[in-house]
Design a protein around this ligand. Structure first.
Ligand code: MG
Length: 451
């Protein structure tokens, strides 16, 4: 409310206010002047980075909006729907802007809009850090640990390859290793040398006579995978001993009753956690699985609706929540999720493979450093091209990920370098034909499986 002034002074004050920078909820703040997407694929996977520019010289921020399988849609959502909503708004009320964006589409919690919103949200947090001259973890309360303990990916089509791959990672200083093995004649998930998402698939089915498949495409049968994985875990534990923590990702590919038995069968290998043993659609099964096994359970990389994680956390049915930060809508919701999980003794293990950009990893890391209930960080090393595009990306050393201590995320995007790696530049075959999307994998009888 304006103070009581004489008519002339009041008119003058109103004119001054109109010319001043926007003051919403208190302080005067820089305003948003542009919201755009930088699309780049330096490691092959399509990354979407939102840049917010302000009316303050040189002040901008970056956020990760990566939904690599539907990247063009996210980019459109940012530029055609969120940009008009955000133009000329002050950068300060991050929480308020999050709710404005979240509610503006009416239909909420879908993957495209949540990822678009994450890009905006993380860019605004980056700007807050730059304005304050502090890393974002400091804005969240400061460090409770020096660096984030990581797990790395070991894999191979053969069990011996998995063992060798895990030994290499152990020598590099990793104390936590995820192990995945191929299944002969099947499209097993992420088995090849630590590669992810389709790159490590075993050869496609050899044909009906050998496999009994009623199709010629990639095939997966849960029972064969389970038998093979149990043998692999036995060999890896034998070869590496007890001083290493082992993790395994089922990737939702087995039936719920198989999941229950499998979680019991792997108890003897003392896993750090067993991930996605059932699908997001089958989370009700955790009540049954939890009662019958001591294997630590991790879940959640596909979640984008609070109803999916609230029950699991409140009933203490899982040990690690694996949410993909951009899929849940950014840092703003995830810091609340971290607080919720802390209250119930559940730990965080934010999803962190190659389709999270270094900006997204920095946002994950800010929570890892500031939250007491941090569990573990997933790490896929940044290759040279990724580091070229994202100077300042977090650094991995001795099994830990270390934050850049500069303000905000401490990362810039080299747009000249980013332009050298446009979407699709290294894609071939089906991935290219599907515009970066995934193809299908079928059971022997031709029915499609969850991936
Ligand atoms: Mg996973």
């Amino acid at each position: 409310m304006l103070p009581v002034l004489k008519v002339g002074s009041r008119r003058k004050a109103l004119a001054l206010m109109a010319a001043a920078p926007v003051a919403l909820f208190g302080a005067k703040q820089p305003k948003i002047r542009d919201v755009r997407v930088i699309a780049t694929a330096p490691a092959g996977l399509r990354l979407s980075i939102v840049q917010i520019r302000t009316d303050q010289d040189g002040l901008h921020g970056y956020g990760c909006a990566t939904f690599t399988q539907r990247a063009d849609l996210v980019n459109l959502a940012v530029e055609r729907y969120l940009r008009p909503l955000l133009m000329d708004k002050p950068v300060g009320p991050v929480e308020d802007i999050w709710h404005a964006c979240y509610n503006s589409s009416y239909w909420r919690n879908d993957a495209v809009m949540n990822n678009a919103l994450s890009g905006v949200d993380q860019a605004l947090w980056d700007i807050q850090g730059r304005l304050a001259g502090m890393p974002v973890y400091q804005l969240l309360g400061g460090k409770v640990r020096e660096a984030a303990e990581c797990y790395a990916h070991a894999g191979g089509d053969e069990i011996e390859q998995v063992v060798e791959s895990a030994k290499v990672l152990q020598r590099q200083g990793f104390r936590h290793i995820r192990v995945q093995v191929g299944v002969p004649n099947q499209a097993a998930y992420s088995s090849g040398g630590g590669r992810t998402y389709g790159g490590g698939r075993a050869p496609a089915a050899l044909g009906r006579s050998k496999t009994g498949a009623l199709h010629d495409g990639p095939m997966f049968e849960p029972a064969a995978y389970i038998r093979r994985t149990l043998r692999m875990l036995e060999k890896v534990r034998e070869a590496l001993g007890d001083d290493v923590e082992l993790l395994h990702d089922v990737h939702e590919r087995i039936l719920p009753t198989q999941a229950l038995q499998f979680a019991k069968d792997v108890e003897r290998f003392r896993l750090f956690f067993l991930e996605d043993v059932v699908s997001a659609e089958d989370i009700g099964w955790y009540r049954h699985i939890r009662k019958q096994t001591t294997t630590p359970l991790a879940m959640g990389e596909l979640f984008n609706n609070p109803n999916e994680w609230q029950g699991l956390v409140q009933e203490r049915l899982i040990d690690y929540l694996r949410i993909h930060m951009s899929q849940a809508g950014g840092l703003t919701p995830c810091r609340k999720i971290a607080a919720l999980t802390e209250s119930f003794g559940v730990k965080t293990a934010w999803h962190g493979p190659g389709d999270v950009s270094p900006i997204g990893h920095a946002a994950n890391l800010a929570l890892d450093l500031a939250c007491p209930n941090f569990g573990i960080r997933e790490l896929v090393p940044f290759n040279e091209q990724v580091q070229e595009v994202f100077p300042g990306a977090p650094v991995s050393k001795d099994g830990y990920l270390w934050a850049n201590e500069k303000p905000g995320w401490g990362i810039e995007v080299d747009e000249k370098a980013a332009a050298k790696y446009p979407f699709g530049h290294s894609e071939t075959g089906e991935r290219q034909r599907l515009n970066g999307g995934w193809g299908t994998v079928h059971r022997r009888d031709g029915s499609v499986i969850k991936q």
